[in-house]
Design a protein around this ligand. Structure first.
Ligand code: WT7
Length: 581
């Protein structure tokens, strides 16, 4: 085994201060995440070590050292500051998984900005609501995606800087600025912004059942949680070649696709091209990947393609596999053990938690289908659905909850203090965010249901709300419904998740049409495309069911949960209990 220790050993007298030991951290050192992941690794003599192995479509391949990472993040930091951007400004990163995404993310943090990564497949409406909510001052993007920004720029008075980091400079419009960090003069030194543990770092948007997406605000001290879990759960060591398959538009792609691993000086691989089993296995083989962090949907896709492509590749470099984002079914764990000789270890966490909360700690016996146990230092429970008291007896289903105070915890939902407060069971009325996150009499309620067995293992049951989890990505039904009713043919709409073998859930829409419109295949395609372009391919309904009228409560609220229950073949129960909750 490595230096991670056994779970039981680590539970004893656990203190988060141990994260500092793992990073070799001296008190008084600069805490800035951008600095820690670059300058600090170089300062300890690893400037020549490979930080990033990047492959794109076709056979594009590039590698960068920690020295390069330092210079190019300096380049972005200086450029942004020269543009007049200030610490605390929200700076959006809207691009595919190209190297500049990684350089600019660290550069933004270095100059004290708040990095707001957004998934590059987002359409103009998804983009607009998130940029507006964040009051974003600058957006970094590429030629390929800038068109979506042009469409909404007029509606975003606070967005002063549109910066294109790749492509053809001559094609820019209006006040767009071009900046290619690799072609620009090298910035050898940049004094990273002096942060406190509570200085805002990353702003990730996440969808809820009602209303628009919420911006979960993280701070620089999140790095303690991300570094320690990357070390102990992903078991990252100095000589590892690590691959996190997530896109940094989502929290996994920043916490464990940038911050955790690079804070430890570990070599990371990024594959920016479409999914095929053969391409993925080839990527592992070519780069001798040792640790692989992925998602159940990807694993089920690999399973579907069978063992043949596995056997056609040399995957002997792999030594440790983990998974996150949605339920990892027992079959997938057993299959991976059969074909890779290694089980995928499930981990559970959320955008809000910033780092892993429940996981299969390496060395702990695995119960396939279980998410494992709380990470050392995390006090977890399942709470009674009604009373919000911790459930003592085993195997009874309740709400997953955590005692506030872990380092990577979100510090706010941007501009939504009431919603933030509503996530804490027992929160005093009017309590301030700082009070909530440090009050260990409260419970942060995750919004997921689970049970705990007699051995202390957590078993995921499902979400406690209507949010759709498709392929490990959360989509808000309200966002889809709002977009659907903007289509010229649609009068009313409801969106739910329907079961899917690979993605676990896909979006299904129920719609009633305006007078003069008839259901047809063409209309269906038009609706699907409308949503794909406005929101994203993830939010696009895979099925549309036409109804004369949607079922509603007496006060006129659409009974989304009733439609969902019908779809899943669940007991629809007493309709009156679904009314107006
Ligand atoms: C939601 C959080 C942070 C990881 C990326 C998603 C679901 C997450 C598991 C798991 C079953 C899981 C939950 C959670 N989820 N991990 N191991 N088993 N469900 O972050 O977008 O904030 O989504 O994903 O429903 O609340 P996110």
């Amino acid at each position: 085994m490595s230096n991670i220790g056994s779970y039981e050993e680590r539970l004893k007298d656990f203190d988060w201060g141990i994260a500092k030991e793992v990073l070799g951290w001296e008190n008084g050192e600069l805490l800035n995440i951008g600095h820690i992941c670059t300058d600090r690794i170089c300062a300890r003599g690893q400037a020549e070590k490979i930080a990033l192995i990047w492959e794109g479509f076709g056979d594009k391949k590039r590698t960068y050292t920690f020295g390069d990472l330092r210079i190019y993040s300096n380049g972005f930091a200086k450029f942004l500051r020269d543009q007049g951007l200030k610490p605390g400004d929200r700076i959006c990163i809207f691009m595919d998984k190209i190297p500049s995404l990684y350089f600019s993310f660290l550069g933004v943090l270095k100059m004290g900005g708040v990095a707001q990564p957004l998934f590059s497949a987002f359409g103009d409406e998804s983009l607009e609501v998130r940029l507006e909510s964040a009051g974003t001052a600058a957006i970094l993007t590429t030629r390929k995606h800038v068109k979506k920004i042009r469409k909404i720029l007029d509606k975003l008075p606070e967005l002063k800087h549109v910066i294109v980091v790749e492509g053809d400079e001559s094609k820019l419009k209006g006040e767009e600025v071009f900046f290619d960090v690799e072609a620009a003069p090298r910035v050898e030194e940049f004094d990273a912004y002096e942060v406190t543990p509570e200085t805002p770092s990353v702003l990730h948007y996440t969808s809820g059942t009602t209303g628009q997406p919420k911006g979960a605000q993280h701070v620089h001290s999140s790095i303690w949680g991300q570094a320690l879990t990357a070390s102990w759960v992903l078991d990252l060591r100095d000589d590892d070649i690590y691959w996190c398959t997530a896109d940094p538009g989502w929290v996994t792609g920043t916490s464990y696709g940038i911050i955790g691993p690079w804070s430890l000086g570990v070599t990371q691989c990024v594959l920016d091209s479409g999914f095929t089993s053969a391409r993925w296995y080839q990527f592992i083989q070519d780069n001798r990947i040792t640790v692989w962090y992925s998602a159940p949907t990807a694993i089920r896709s690999l399973m579907r393609d069978g063992v043949e492509p596995v056997n056609a590749h040399d995957l002997s470099s792999l030594r440790h596999l983990a998974s996150v984002g949605e339920p990892l079914n027992a079959e997938a764990v057993i299959w991976s053990e059969e074909v890779f000789g290694l089980p995928f270890l499930d981990t559970f966490w959320q955008t809000e938690t910033g780092a892993m909360m429940i996981s299969n700690y390496p060395g702990m016996p695995i119960k396939p289908g279980s998410m494992g146990k709380p990470f050392p230092g995390i006090e977890a429970a399942v709470l009674d659905l009604k009373t919000h008291e911790p459930i003592e007896e085993p195997d009874r289903v309740g709400l997953i909850a955590f005692r506030p105070g872990w380092p990577a915890m979100f510090r706010a939902y941007r501009n939504k203090p009431d919603i933030y407060r509503s996530k804490f069971a027992g929160a005093p009325e009017g309590a301030e965010p700082d009070e909530l996150r440090t009050n260990t009499d409260l419970w942060y309620v995750s919004g997921d249901r689970a049970s705990i067995d007699a051995d202390g293992y957590y078993w995921f049951v499902g979400r406690d709300d209507d949010v759709i989890n498709t392929g490990g990505h959360l989509v808000g039904p309200f966002e889809i419904e709002s977009a659907l009713v903007e289509h010229e043919a649609i009068a009313e709409a409801a969106a739910i998740g329907k079961p899917d073998k690979v993605n676990m859930e896909v979006v299904k829409a129920f719609v009633s049409l305006k007078p003069g419109f008839e259901p047809s295949g063409d209309l269906e395609l038009s609706i699907m495309n409308f949503i794909r372009k406005k929101l994203s391919p993830l939010a696009m309904p895979q099925e549309i069911e036409y109804m004369e009228k949607l079922p509603k409560t007496r006060s006129g609220k659409i009974l989304r949960r009733y439609l969902r229950a019908l779809e899943w073949g669940e007991d629809v129960g007493d309709l009156s209990t679904l009314e107006d909750d």
